[in-house]
Design a protein around this ligand. Structure first.
Ligand code: SF4
Ligand code: SF4
Length: 169
């Protein structure tokens, strides 16, 4: 009688830090006595947001359009306050999602707690602008078009405008 060779046990690769941390998806699932930050990919260290003046005039919206012409900049409104949000990772965030300057981290980081942090937030805002075209369209609805362009159709409105042609010499 022949015996079937036992399959060699395969060593599974170590889970990535992301996989380890994604086991707790909601703060309600956090095991008692554990630190929420140990289950997070440091969401709060990967952006900064600053309150900005509420735009009231057409030129204010054009200023916001300028923000949005930049990479990783977005603008949102939360409870009637306008914010500039820049998606950028802190230079001191380490690969294991821990702070590299924990002992000397800025006051704003010290004061931030897990009580109301964005650990399981869905980031849903009624007014959230990611592109210059979106804020332009919003302002156009309030003030009328800033730039008239012959042949511009309504369905083209979220596209970039055609650049002005160079003069023919
Ligand atoms: S404070 Fe909240 S968002 Fe920041 S690392 Fe901890 S759990 Fe994540
Ligand atoms: S200093 Fe530390 S806690 Fe503060 S944002 Fe940077 S990595 Fe996060």
């Amino acid at each position: 009688m022949t015996t079937k060779p036992k399959p060699k046990s395969k060593r599974l690769p170590d889970p990535t830090p992301e996989a380890v941390r994604s086991r707790v998806r909601r703060r309600a699932d956090l095991p008692k006595g554990e630190n929420l930050c140990d289950h997070c990919t440091a969401k709060c260290c990967q952006y900064f947001a600053l309150p900005i003046d509420e735009p009231v005039a057409r030129k204010d919206f054009d200023f916001i359009r300028w923000y949005l012409l930049h990479d990783r900049a977005t603008v949102f409104v939360d409870e009637d306050t306008w914010y500039l949000l820049v998606h950028t990772t802190c230079k001191h965030l380490q690969e294991d999602y821990r702070c590299g300057i924990y002992e000397t981290r800025p006051e704003i980081c010290r004061e931030y707690t897990t009580d109301n942090c964005e650990f399981d937030d869905d980031w849903c805002y009624e007014r959230y602008f990611e592109t210059p075209e979106q804020i332009d369209e919003y302002a156009d609805a309030l003030f009328g078009p800033q730039f008239e362009q012959a042949g511009r159709r309504k369905q083209d409105s979220i596209r970039s405008r055609r650049p002005t042609g160079l003069p023919v010499v």
